[in-house]
Design a protein around this ligand. Structure first.
Ligand code: PMP
Length: 360
């Protein structure tokens, strides 16, 4: 006898994370998970180590110091912030709170793979909406809304496309959604966009908008799992009811607080990423591999065909470079490449050049 799980669970395709080693190849560089090539703020590492002296103590439950620091740095009300185990957990709270069996959750054609997983996990139906040239299409989303639409997930900038929609488009989306639908603006890559608030202003203006952010990308804390969300107080109150009291450890909170306060490190990561992203995109374009204008810390390299993308991926692997295949995102002719440090970017370009030369 098998025990049947809740409806929807068996529709979930297991999340595939990238490999970090290649059999028989040394000097491997992982450029498949959009990790920070500059590592983590030294202040965050120090704060984490200090927290290790208190491992016998339960952590605080309300994340007050961390929310205070995020609020201070981003100019937001700490009472309207919730922290989670990665932004994935905050996204999960949103799905649990606002969607269930019979409801629809809108995701976009090349959207982040966790969104349909979260929809299925709560028994809701993910509804996939086409994008326009790898950019979120607001008209298509609005046209796909029904009276069963409860959540619309978009990442801005988006993963794996690296593209972004502007504020006017985002406002049009927030204003056009049915009354009961929550618009989730996933700002995992927002810090890479100079002067962008990740959608916080929209949260202030529209009751149905929630913003999520992460410490995994620009703050280089992917290994620690910390994210946060910003919404109206009523929404935060709902999400907090779903949160386990001790979801974040003292070490996670201490490291995240130090990281968000280290403005110099964050700025260095932002400017280095912008400089090398530009260089990498130009160099790939010169080799006949165009990329969309990236607003994030990765580029989506477009090849002539899925076969060419696969062949280039195999060549990169033989050179010790792990990048992300995007066939699962309906982008089989593309490879997503994290913007690494200067040496990493030069290795990528040299390897693609070698691949193209071998092709003749
Ligand atoms: N949203 C997007 C768009 C992402 O790319 C990622 C990480 N791949 C996440 C959310 C989740 O990030 P984390 O759980 O590490 O905060």
């Amino acid at each position: 006898m098998t025990i049947a799980p809740q409806p929807g669970i068996l529709n979930i395709a297991l999340y595939q994370s990238g490999a970090s080693s290649i059999d028989g190849v040394s000097n491997v560089l992982k450029l498949s998970s959009n990790e920070n090539p500059l590592g983590t703020s030294p202040a965050a590492v120090e704060a984490y180590q200090r927290a290790a002296h208190q491992l016998h103590r339960y952590p605080g439950t309300d994340h007050a110091a961390l929310r205070g620091a995020i609020g201070e740095v981003h100019g937001l009300d700490p009472e309207r912030i919730i922290c989670g185990v990665g932004s994935d957990e905050v996204l999960q709270f949103i799905a649990q709170a606002y969607a269930g069996p019979g409801d629809e959750v809108i995701v976009t054609q090349h959207g982040f793979s966790m969104y349909p997983i979260l929809a299925h996990a709560v028994g809701a139906t993910p509804v996939e909406v086409a994008e326009r040239e790898r950019v979120v299409d607001v008209d298509a989303i609005l046209a796909a809304c029904t009276d069963r639409t409860r959540i619309v997930f978009i990442a801005n900038p988006a993963n794996p496309t690296s593209t972004m929609i502007g504020e006017a488009e985002t406002r049009r989306l927030a204003e056009g959604l049915p009354e009961k639908a929550v618009l989730v603006l996933d700002g995992a890559y927002a810090e890479f966009v100079e002067g962008f608030d990740g959608g916080a202003g929209l949260v202030d203006d529209y009751p149905n908008v929630v913003m999520t952010r992460t410490f995994s990308k620009i703050y280089g804390l992917g290994g620690l799992r910390i994210g946060w969300g910003y919404a109206r107080r009523e929404v935060i109150d709902v999400l907090n009811r779903l949160r386990q009291p001790f979801n974040l450890s003292a070490g996670q909170m201490a490291a995240a607080e130090a990281a968000v306060r280290d403005l110099a490190f964050t700025e260095k990561c932002r400017s280095e990423n912008a400089r090398l992203r530009h260089w990498l995109s130009e160099a790939l374009a010169e080799l006949g591999v165009p990329t969309d204008t990236s607003m994030a810390n990765f580029v989506l390299a477009r090849f002539a065909s899925p076969a060419e993308a696969d062949a280039c991926d195999a060549h990169l692997k033989s050179e010790g470079l792990i990048v992300r295949q995007t066939g699962g995102y309906q982008l089989p002719q593309c490879l997503r490449i994290t913007v690494g440090d200067e040496i990493a970017c030069r290795r990528v370009v040299a390897a693609v050049k070698g691949f193209k030369a071998a092709q003749g």
